[in-house]
Design a protein around this ligand. Sequence first.
Ligand code: DC
Length: 225
Amino acid sequence: MNASNATRQKLVIAVDGPSGSGKSSISREAARRLGFNFLDTGAMYRMITYYLSSNGIENESEIEKAISTKEIDFGVSINPDEVQFKLNGEDVSKIIRSELISKKVSYYASLRQVRNFLVGKQRKLINESSKSIVIEGRDIGSVVIPDADLKIYVTASEEIRALRRSKELNSSIDQVLIDQKIRDEKDSKREISPLIKPENSIELDTSSLTFEESVTSFIGLVQNV
Ligand code: DC
């Protein structure tokens, strides 16, 4: 860490990238080793999707009303060792990873009402963080915190991302590749806050790196700030 940043109280590290790039696991592990807090914003999109879809709230005006009038309490842990998400007191950490939520989340994440609501909550969590924080998603360096101290864009080739995911899901690489292309297209072509490589970001291509090498490279970038 250089002298000017070492004197600053806390660093904000913005991490973006496509699904399957390894950005979540790499940045969480790096945050843990650095002693930083960690915010997984994808989980917040999954939480709101779970809340709205299980209450049958689908159209934009209903969503607007629910968001502005209902008490929705997000218990989001920013401790990288504690992967826990609570919605109005209910532990939803597991259910938000279900196939059903994974399918529905891109619709809710494409809506302005939902994004504005969550971006506000994310900025509040960043401001309230008692120490340096790594925050990970698709629009972090471009929208949530464009003046982050460091922006990292984690990526990997299409084939490698699909290969990793097919091993994880134990399914055929061909099907994973098709689903991935659809998801990439939705994430990067949506009208509001599409996934882009943010201005002034440093690309970390993990295609030919092991997990350990990726974490080490990530930490190296943070230590150079
Ligand atoms: O990273 P993930 O797969 O848990 O993200 C879930 C969904 O939320 C995915 O469709 C992308 C979307 N997302 C987003 O639009 N903006 C973010 N900052 C984080 C996730």
